[in-house]
Write a protein that binds this ligand. Structure first.
Ligand SMILES: NC(=O)c1ccc[n+]([C@@H]2O[C@H](COP(=O)([O-])OP(=O)(O)OC[C@H]3O[C@@H](n4cnc5c(N)ncnc54)[C@H](OP(=O)(O)O)[C@@H]3O)[C@@H](O)[C@H]2O)c1
Length: 246
């Protein structure tokens, strides 16, 4: 028996920008298992090929750097029609207010806000009526952390973008935002395993859920955002209870 999600996604074309890693890759796997035709995009072709090999079942790759305006434009024209666009691509810059180099702050806004903005705008001509766009922010937008104020601010900007676009694109496309808490992904690959596991244990034990997130937790939420026709202008907090913890 088909689940409601298989019925909604079977044969649909889903483009996942950031699909070579972490939550984007997990979403690509889940959507493929539900019968969708998936295209994954990010900058590094070799990483995309490796991810496609892992996901299997005819996943297409379409390399793009979301911060390259002309490149995004020609990339979007090569996609064919798109039912659902998911943008998890980003980079993060952390550092104290007086220490974080302004160039690093700018690069983060380029990768996490301007890039997704341009990507969504360039995909609009090929996004089918009744489709959806899902952006990614993060818990720091509303639970700030000293040393990550720039990251909190860019997350808040992405949430405002999703809410504003839900109005502007009403009747054309639904627009939502996933706000993850800490999720175990390749984003933390630069840390030693010992430091990373200690961080996961410490943050996890502070959360009502008792653990940090797995990529599949987030993929489930993206599938919901793509398929629930009454969901638009929403920020889905998939954070293990981070927003309500002490
Ligand atoms: N992990 C967490 O704990 C956490 C917490 C809160 C919020 N978030 C947010 O959740 C989202 C997903 O995070 P994640 O941990 O799954 O990320 P991730 O594993 O680090 O993956 C990021 C993806 O984005 C791609 N990418 C980066 N810059 C790009 C660009 N300019 N153009 C195209 N692709 C680009 C990367 O591939 P290439 O490098 O090959 O381009 C990669 O596929 C992000 O928005 C992140 O800020 C994450």
């Amino acid at each position: 028996m088909n689940t409601v999600f298989e019925t909604a996604l079977s044969g649909k074309h889903i483009v996942i920008v950031g699909g070579s890693s972490g939550m984007g890759k997990a979403t690509a796997k889940m959507a493929t298992a539900l019968g969708a035709k998936v295209t994954i995009a990010s900058r590094n072709t070799a990483k995309l090929q490796a991810a496609a090999g892992e996901i299997g079942s005819g996943v297409r790759i379409a390399p793009v750097d979301t911060t390259d305006g002309a490149g995004v434009s020609s990339w979007a024209r090569g996609l064919g029609s798109v039912d659902h666009l998911v943008i998890s691509a980003s980079s993060a810059a952390r550092g104290a207010f007086t220490d974080l180099p302004i160039d690093d702050l700018r690069a983060m806004f380029e990768a996490k806000f301007i890039g997704p903005y341009m990507t969504a705008r360039e995909v609009m001509p090929v996004l089918v009526k009744g489709g959806s766009i899902t952006f990614f922010s993060g818990v720091l937008s509303r639970r700030p952390s000293a040393g990550a104020t720039g990251l909190g601010a860019v997350n808040a900007a992405v949430e405002a973008l999703a809410k504003g676009l839900a109005l502007e694109l009403a009747g054309r496309a639904r627009v939502n935002c996933i706000s993850p808490g800490m999720v175990a992904t390749e984003a933390y690959a630069a840390m030693t395993e010992e430091t990373r596991e200690a961080m996961y244990a410490q943050v996890g034990s502070s959360l009502p859920a008792g653990r940090v997130g797995e990529v599949e937790d987030i993929a489930q939420a993206v599938v919901m955002a793509m398929t629930n026709g009454f969901l638009t202008g929403s920020v889905l907090d998939v954070d293990g209870g981070h927003l309500v913890r002490d």
